[in-house]
Design a protein around this ligand. Structure first.
Ligand code: ATP
Length: 520
């Protein structure tokens, strides 16, 4: 676990050092839960969004009947009429249980707090109140678990009680703890009994539209992009020739005033979602749900998340929201724990029926062929771009050894991104800054730039330049050297195998060769 913890720290450090992700407004000390994407990060994120948009909207896969899915895109406003959020249930129900620690003044989501039974004393039995302490930590956070366990072990040693090697762990909200909170030591507290009882906290950010700050002008920043799609479902069917079954896709910012933003960008207060609402006949909802569930899992595998770290977890019946008929999460094993990247849900006709009720507008669909009128059922694959970007970053991160310019082996950090996701596709170097090499390299750079993200670098030893590109995840480096002038060839070096080949340097050959390799 300690290694995994270091690993996350190394990934966060690399993300900062190489310009993937910076803390937001860092010069003022940052702001909890907000992040900025730097020059490499913005390319990674854009590539992810482009891949999703291409694979979902512009060139969707074939459905179960072998015909391409009907999919269209949408881009809705972030602030909507507040009635939307009454209809969707967010005003009353989009809450998390919040717990405060009176000692550390930290705030937690009660459903994410777990407690460790650190030693062999049955909870609630025995006289020694010391021995009844249990240690809370934050679920899914390796660092917080390790800290709680080590503190629990220390305490147990002091008391001379037996330490259990693999202590049982239970959620703090478990009914067994009701009435025993006085024995719980909070994740950052030294004394037990400092956690308050949970209170419900609404996660929507509020603002006011217009000059007056009163209840009539109250608006919310959208906590999900989905509702914009439901509100426009009629506009889309009325203004296009699309027919059920079809999907509407949207990528956009969402905001949640998370009680405890954590694990780097994983839980942020401002983030981007990629959401699909797929509208189908009620009798077809189950097969479409199964189809989307598998298709979305495969999408992550296709872009390089190893299936051993990825899993598709079906929700238990008790876990389902009251309106959902089925739900599955695509989860990834991050260094800090296994957590959700995307949820795929069968939401039935809940959302459209709610909007019909609250807006008074007819949300039914009329099928010309069968002459049937119905409210479509909806399958919703809802993913987070920032979580996906973080998963691809963690998956790509690798440390191995590479020879330096003198042939001595050196540790190298390499990001093995899928070429389609790599922020920079090709780097172009002159071996040395003379003999016309920079001019030739700049010529190649100019020819490649309109087609792909390319980077030119002439400073320092070439081995160092290769390693800098490895760290940025650039799949190919092209070097102009002494032989280029003689036979017109350059070397092309592969990031993963580190093998170099000579190829002709004229623009069509070079472009063809790179595009071919990027597609592989
Ligand atoms: P969690 O249980 O982790 O809070 P959720 O089930 O509430 O997530 P959804 O409401 O299903 O999440 O949102 C869809 C997707 O949006 C999630 O799968 C995730 O990728 C992304 N997402 C949700 N909340 C956040 C957040 N705070 N930061 C980054 N991404 C988020």
């Amino acid at each position: 676990m300690a290694n995994e913890q270091d690993l996350m720290e190394r990934i966060v450090a690399l993300a900062k050092r190489r310009g993937f992700i910076y803390p937001s407004s860092e010069i003022y000390g940052g702001i909890n839960g907000f992040w900025d994407y730097g020059p490499l990060g913005v390319e990674l994120k854009r590539n992810l969004k482009d891949a999703w948009w291409q694979d979902i909207v512009r060139c969707p896969p074939a459905g179960p009947d072998g015909r391409p899915l009907q999919m269209v895109g949408l881009d809705c406003s972030i602030i909507m009429n507040p009635k939307v959020w009454e209809a969707s249930g967010h005003v009353t129900g989009f809450t998390d249980p919040m717990v405060d620690c009176k000692e550390s003044n930290n705030r937690y989501r009660a459903d994410q707090l777990m407690v460790i039974y650190a030693w062999d004393v049955e909870f609630g039995s025995g006289d020694d109140s010391q021995a009844r302490r249990v240690f809370a930590f934050v679920h899914n956070d390796a660092k917080s678990f390790a800290a709680a366990l080590s503190r629990a072990k220390k305490e147990a040693k002091k008391l001379g009680v037996k330490v259990v090697d693999e202590p049982p762990v239970l959620p703090l909200m478990h009914p067994e703890f009701e009435g025993y909170w006085q024995w719980v030591v909070g994740p950052d507290a030294t004394e037990p009994g400092t956690l308050t009882q949970p209170r419900q906290f609404n996660l929507m950010f509020k603002s006011h539209a217009g000059a007056m700050e009163d209840s009539a002008s109250l608006v919310y920043l959208r906590p999900e992009t989905a509702q914009g799609i439901f509100c426009n479902y009629k506009n889309v069917t009325d203004t296009t020739r699309i027919k059920v079954p079809f999907g509407i896709a949207q990528i956009g910012k969402a905001f949640r005033n998370e009680i405890n933003p954590r694990n780097f960008t994983f839980r942020s207060r401002e983030f981007e979602q990629m959401e699909i609402e797929f509208f189908c006949h009620p009798s077809q909802a189950d097969p479409w749900y199964a189809w989307w569930r598998d298709a979305r899992f495969k999408w992550y595998v296709d872009y390089g998340l190893k299936s051993s770290k990825l899993r598709l977890r079906d929700h238990e019946k008790e876990e389902l929201a009251h309106y959902a008929r089925a739900c599955a999460d695509v989860e990834y094993e991050f260094p800090f724990g296994t957590s959700e990247l995307e949820g795929i849900a069968n939401r039935t006709d809940f959302d459209l029926a709610q909007h019909q009720k609250f807006s008074g507008r007819d949300m039914t669909y009329f099928d010309d062929e069968t002459k049937e009128r119905f409210i479509p059922h909806v399958i919703e694959p809802s993913g987070g771009i920032d979580r996906a970007a973080l998963a691809f970053l963690c998956e790509a991160y690798c440390e191995d050894e590479a020879p330096d310019e003198n042939g001595a082996m050196q540790r190298r950090t390499v990001l093995r991104f899928h070429p389609r996701l790599a922020p920079v596709k090709a780097a172009i170097f002159p071996l040395v800054k003379k003999d016309g090499m920079p001019e030739k390299a700049l010529e190649i750079y100019a020819a490649l730039r309109p087609q792909m993200t390319a980077f030119y670098d002439e400073k320092g030893a070439v081995g160092r330049r290769y390693r800098r590109q490895d760290e940025a995840g650039t799949p190919f480096c092209i070097t102009v050297d002494g032989q280029t002038r003689e036979d017109g060839t350059v070397t092309i070096r592969d990031r993963d195998s580190m093998k170099q080949e000579r190829i002709a340097s004229d623009a069509p050959t070079l472009l063809g060769c790179l595009q071919d390799r990027l597609r592989r």
